[in-house]
Design a binder for this molecule. Structure first.
Ligand SMILES: Cc1ncc(COP(=O)(O)O)c(C=O)c1O
Length: 394
């Protein structure tokens, strides 16, 4: 019997896609499903970005380009960071990638090897522990606790660091909880990373989707930035999930390895998509503000409805587009409740345990569908929950 390697075995099936496929199967058999499982904006890519793509194709930007990414895009990213964060970034320290996921892989592969440890927050986007293991290292969780609003307790982080630790992964605003790292948190993380000479991989893909003060970026903390891979992209901000474009801002020592990883794995990132992204960055950001305004309205309604259900409670997320609700009072495992909701009520949500041990007892709802659908989904869930004999009320 031929064996699949441990590296590939370390990679999980994507829970959102699994649930989506199951929902699709039910739909093919006639079911009506409310989709609250997939984390992608339901809005169209803004028309000026689509137009810029067509122009780029028509003007011949259809060939291989620099593996690091086209200069115009790297300059536009640097200019945007300067205007939003007030920080100068050299475009030569930026690498463009086909989506953010490659940055997670390249970051882990460039900084970790067997015997090392990489830290991730639990619950987490499943790719974080997966890429750490894929690189041959041990994935060490730091718990994010629901009773603390899923804020990272920096003392837990301090305790997780050992002489083998090489990398801390961060994600703010956070998938699945919507929590945001504060300036104080980032100062302590900076001190820990410097003291132990660690790399930090900071996934800031939801940086533009927030409902209070703008979340701080690792890039604003000079000592932290020197040792950080700061990643963001176009998927969520500009509704460009299918276009596949992300980027990393890198410490000087990681630029050349990243370019080699890109060149060897994908040659380069889609050329005409990069030119369209220049238009996304250099045009008005009103489309982003409009989208976030709609997410905020949906968030408020969704969280309110969840909090009114017996056995369910939900903190208000500060960013991203997920509500992570505590359903432990419903008296069923999260996986079983998710199954019942999908199969018996046509509501697709994700079991929190798919995001790690600390997600057990929670469900993740992506509010990336219309208000009408959210209300329909909540009506159905309320009905299911209130009929359950196991639910604890009061
Ligand atoms: C935290 C986080 N990082 C990365 C990604 C993947 O982004 P992309 O589609 O740009 O590869 C996602 C997608 O859901 C995410 O939630």
């Amino acid at each position: 019997m031929r064996q699949i390697t441990f590296r590939v075995d370390a990679l999980p099936s994507e829970p959102a896609i699994q649930t989506f496929l199951k929902a699709r199967e039910l739909e093919a058999r006639g079911a009506d499903v409310v989709h609250l499982e997939i984390g992608e904006p339901d809005f169209e890519t803004p028309s000026h970005i689509r137009d810029a793509l067509k122009m780029a194709v028509d003007s011949g930007q259809t060939h291989y380009c620099d593996s690091q990414g086209v200069r115009e895009l790297r300059e536009a990213i640097a200019d945007r960071i300067a205007s939003v964060r007030g920080v100068h970034v050299d475009p030569d320290t930026i690498v463009a990638t086909p989506g953010l996921r490659p940055v997670l892989f390249y970051g882990a592969l460039a900084t970790l090897q067997e015997g090392d440890e990489g830290i991730y927050c639990d619950p987490a986007f499943a790719a974080f522990p997966a890429v750490i293991r894929f690189a041959g290292a041990t994935a060490v969780p730091v718990p994010l606790r629901g009773e603390k609003g899923f804020r990272l307790d920096v003392e837990d982080l301090r305790r997780a660091v050992t002489p083998r630790t090489r990398l801390i992964t961060l994600n703010s605003p956070h998938n699945p909880t919507g929590a945001v790292l504060s300036e104080e948190d980032l100062r302590v993380i900076e001190a820990i990373a410097c003291e132990h000479d660690l790399y930090v991989l900071s996934d800031e893909t939801y940086e533009e989707i927030y409902y209070g003060e703008r979340p701080r970026s690792v890039i604003e903390f000079p000592e932290l930035r020197k040792r950080s891979i700061v990643m963001s992209g176009f998927s969520k901000t500009y509704c460009m999930t299918g276009w596949r474009l992300g980027y990393a801002v890198l410490p000087a020592d990681l630029v050349e390895p990243f370019v080699r990883l890109t060149a060897n794995s994908v040659s380069c990132t889609n050329t005409f998509v990069q030119y369209a992204a220049v238009a996304a960055l250099r045009s008005s950001q009103a489309c982003v503000q409009d989208m976030v305004m709609q997410f905020r309205q949906r968030r408020d309604v969704l969280v309110d409805r969840l909090n009114r259900m017996p056995g369910v409670s939900c903190h208000t997320p500060s960013g991203a587009f997920y509500a992570f609700a505590n359903v432990s009072g419903v008296g069923l495992p999260d996986t079983e409740l998710a199954r019942i909701l999908l199969e018996e009520a046509g509501v697709a949500a994700l079991a929190g345990s798919a995001f790690g041990e600390c997600g057990r007892g929670y469900l993740r709802f992506a509010y990336t569908t219309s208000m009408e659908n959210i209300l329909k989904g909540m009506d159905r869930m309320e009905h299911v929950v209130s009929e359950l004999p196991t639910v604890r009320t009061g």
